[in-house]
Design a protein around this ligand. Structure first.
Ligand code: AMP
Length: 286
């Protein structure tokens, strides 16, 4: 049923490194997709994109404890390793790196990497230490896999900007490629956390995408570029749904600084809200 080949599952850093050096020694390129498992259509899209960008596709599945600032969020993060492996194999992944927490963070682990400033805004303000956890693990995985290409989703727009900054700042020899957000039929951005939503919560969750679509409408059809007006529309769409808005911001996509006016192509609209105790984010580029 559409299986494109044999996928090798790897659990240790040593084996992953060996596999990657063999690939490179054979003159082949590697495209890498880091994930936290619990695959949905968005992850599959990243894997498919990776297949078009490199000879060999490596996917990591690692629920990174360092990027969770609430123990409860970490504990209830959905996990389904067997189903994930099948999905990755079906998507044509060549190497599936699934290390244990102690493999990545052995006792005595002390080093972190932090992209200052960008990591403290927006999501970072609500989730202190979150991006430090992300950049630390992504850098470690890049050192283990040494891919030519790193594939990540634009859904996590701030994360994308931060990883881009880390690659530039540390002169990492990897090409970052973004993939547009995969959505459910009703417009809800696909997220591993969506399975935690009750039907009623799901209705509220839809307000995030509705708000972003409203911004596109106001900018494109009504020529409104003033962010104050656009943000008012975003806030009222989310608040009126019963979702608990955390933030709504319109920012420059490189500096993440709020802008007064939309600059077409260079602006992100970012929203975060809590619905029934589940934190959801969504974003769009205008
Ligand atoms: P996660 O497993 O949620 O940490 O995400 C792993 C990668 O998948 C990240 O690069 C995310 O940005 C990306 N991703 C998550 N959700 C989506 C989505 N709905 N569409 C596209 N990419 C996504």
């Amino acid at each position: 049923m559409g299986f494109t080949g044999f996928m090798e599952v790897i659990q240790t850093i040593k084996q992953m490194r060996e596999a990657a050096s063999k690939v490179r020694a054979a003159g082949k390129s590697i495209a890498f997709v880091p994930t936290m498992g619990a695959f949905h259509g968005g992850h599959i899209r990243l894997m498919q994109k990776a297949k078009t960008l490199g000879d060999i596709t490596v996917v990591s599945s690692f629920v990174n404890p360092k990027q969770f600032n609430e123990k409860e969020d970490l504990n209830r993060y959905p996990r389904d390793p067997e189903r994930d492996r099948l999905k990755a194999e079906k998507a044509g992944v060549d190497y599936y790196f699934e290390p244990a927490v102690e493999e990545i963070y052995p006792p005595g682990f002390l080093t972190t990497v932090n992209v200052s400033y960008l990591s403290s805004k927006l999501e970072g303000a609500s989730r202190p230490g979150h991006f430090r956890g992300v950049t630390t693990v992504v850098l470690k995985f890049l050192n283990i896999v040494s891919p030519n290409t790193l594939v990540m989703g634009y859904k996590d727009a701030q994360q994308f900007t931060i990883i881009h900054q880390m690659i530039e700042d540390l002169a990492l020899d990897v090409h970052l490629v973004g993939v547009p957000t995969a959505r459910e039929r009703d417009g809800l951005a696909m997220s591993s956390r969506n399975v935690l939503l009750s039907p009623e919560d799901r209705d509220k969750a839809l307000s995030l995408n509705r708000a972003l679509k409203r911004v596109h409408f106001l900018v494109k059809k009504q020529g409104i570029l003033h962010t104050g007006e656009l943000l008012q529309a975003v806030r009222s769409a989310i608040n009126s749904s019963g979702a608990e808005l955390d933030y709504a911001e319109i920012v420059n996509r490189t500096t993440l600084e709020p802008v007064d006016h939309v600059m077409r192509g260079g602006t992100y609209v970012l929203v975060a809200a809590r619905v029934g105790g589940v934190r959801l984010i969504d974003s769009t580029r205008i």
